[in-house]
Design a protein around this ligand. Structure first.
Ligand SMILES: Nc1ncnc2c1ncn2[C@@H]1O[C@H](COP(=O)(O)OP(=O)(O)OP(=O)(O)O)[C@@H](O)[C@H]1O
Ligand SMILES: [Mg+2]
Length: 434
């Protein structure tokens, strides 16, 4: 099924020529019907193309499309990818909290790209001249709709979409990672069974080898962090030596900075050939970064990414990682969902984060699934390795390890079944701890 045959006027807006199996199955419901759509499919299976098809249908009728994405890294990514729509004469406008809003540009936009929080405030103030553009939306694509499950942000998304439907009743196209209660989301959005899709793991185009690497923890949480960091480097090393790139998720901004610093020393000790010290232009560009630590690390091929960085610095890091100038990137959850990065290897170093009210909290199975899903994106790699570190089953820690695996069993099992367990090359697989 060729893109040029399905949407001839918009063929240049797509980054490929032929739809894949998942897209072929969902496309008719998006292009030939008008009902709301809910589609759940594995990470990297090409859900963006479903959004783009819905956008094409809207544009061809002279309408305005709104794309809601939960991360700034994603809204930025769409802004650069959708220059292709601009080249076709349509205007794309990004509205997020970190940019100044130009109401006239928003009003004129054919495609609006917004975060749920910004859509929330725009829909609340839709009576004002500044935000009246939101009342013109004909089609609303919600990317990563499983955000509904988030304690903090889910409610915002739910109320925002409900308000938007009351204000202008757009067609809603909701895209999601595999989730257990897709029928509930479809019922909420009034999407009939004919336009509700659930695609299984076999629709992921790139094989994902996933596993858990255990380590023996001590009494000192700080020392444990370093143990996990060395484990992460052990896992990443072979891929980096092989010319690939690794993305390591850590739990805080400070951890991302520290881990990058420590890794530079370790990479030197291990004599891993990486970095672009000889590249004069890259060196000069790195010096222009606002963050000094990042400026020091980048020429060694190491970077970090978190929400506290200036937007320009974040953009640069993403760009350099895409170009392979940064081969080892430490990130907080800023890059966890939906972002396309050339990571052949993803490691989740920390499976807990610090919540100011509740203390140490396990990250959700959905976040784990999404982070692992950053590995092996089509177009970048044809094989991927991903995994997380967990405490070793010593007599003192077995309970902890098993309890965690059991508590989040649904998410874990989804990750490791059905194909990845037998091929797992790492110590213990999650299924064996459940
Ligand atoms: N039919 C296709 N042919 C070739 N490449 C494709 C095709 N569809 C998508 N891709 C590429 O696959 C990569 C992943 O696509 P996309 O970001 O849409 O996945 P996704 O399902 O949204 O993943 P996630 O759940 O992580 O957000 C992109 O680089 C995209 O260009
Ligand atoms: Mg996506």
């Amino acid at each position: 099924m060729k893109v040029a045959e399905v949407v001839p006027e918009f063929a240049d807006a797509f980054g490929f020529e032929e739809f894949n199996r998942m897209q072929r199955e969902a496309a008719p419901a998006i292009l030939e019907r008008d009902e709301n759509v809910v589609a759940a499919a594995p990470t990297a299976s090409g859900k963006t193309a479903l959004a783009e098809l819905a956008i094409c249908r809207t544009l061809e009728r002279g309408g305005t499309a709104l794309f809601i994405a939960p991360l700034r890294a994603l809204t930025n990514e769409k802004e650069s990818e959708w220059e292709r729509f601009e080249e076709l004469g349509y205007s794309v406008y990004v509205v997020t909290g970190e940019r100044d809003l130009n109401p006239r540009r928003a009003e004129r936009a054919d495609i609006l790209v917004m975060t749920p929080e910004k859509t929330d405030s725009a829909t609340r103030k839709h009576d004002s001249a500044r935000y009246s553009f939101i009342t013109d939306v004909d089609c609303c694509v919600i990317d990563e709709v499983h955000l509904l499950d988030s304690d903090t942000r889910g409610g915002v998304l739910e109320v925002t979409v409900s308000r938007l439907r009351r204000i202008c009743d757009p067609r809603v196209v909701a895209l999601s990672a595999t989730m257990p209660n897709i029928e509930d989301v479809a019922a909420w959005l009034d999407a009939p069974p004919e336009t509700t899709f659930e695609f299984g793991d076999d629709y992921r185009p790139v094989d994902l080898h996933a596993g858990v690497r255990t380590y023996t923890h001590g009494d000192n949480a700080f020392a444990d962090k370093y143990r996990r960091l060395y484990t992460a480097l052990d896992l990443a090393e072979e891929h980096i030596r092989d010319g690939g790139q690794a993305l390591v998720f850590v739990s805080s901004r400070q951890d991302a900075v520290r881990a990058a610093g420590k890794s530079r020393d370790e990479i030197g000790k291990r004599d891993i050939p990486m970095g672009a010290r000889g590249d004069y232009d890259f060196h000069t560009e790195a010096k222009e970064l606002a963050d000094d630590e990042l400026a020091k690390a980048a020429p060694d091929g190491v970077g970090f990414h978190h929400a506290g960085l200036a937007k320009d610095d974040r953009d640069r890091v993403e760009e350099w990682f895409k170009e392979g100038k940064i081969q080892l990137l430490f990130s907080t959850s800023t890059l966890a969902w939906g972002v396309n990065l050339p990571a052949r290897c993803v490691v989740i170093r920390d499976t807990k984060y610090h919540d100011p009210l509740e203390g140490e909290v396990d990250i959700s199975p959905l976040d784990i699934l999404q982070m692992l899903g950053r590995a092996g994106r089509p177009g970048y790699d044809d094989v991927a390795t991903a995994g997380s570190s967990a405490t070793a089953p010593t007599p003192t820690s077995t309970g902890n390890c098993c309890a965690r695996a059991r508590r989040s069993s649904r998410g874990w099992r989804r990750i490791w079944t059905p194909t990845s367990t037998p091929r797992s090359r790492w110590g213990r697989s999650a299924t064996s701890t459940t």
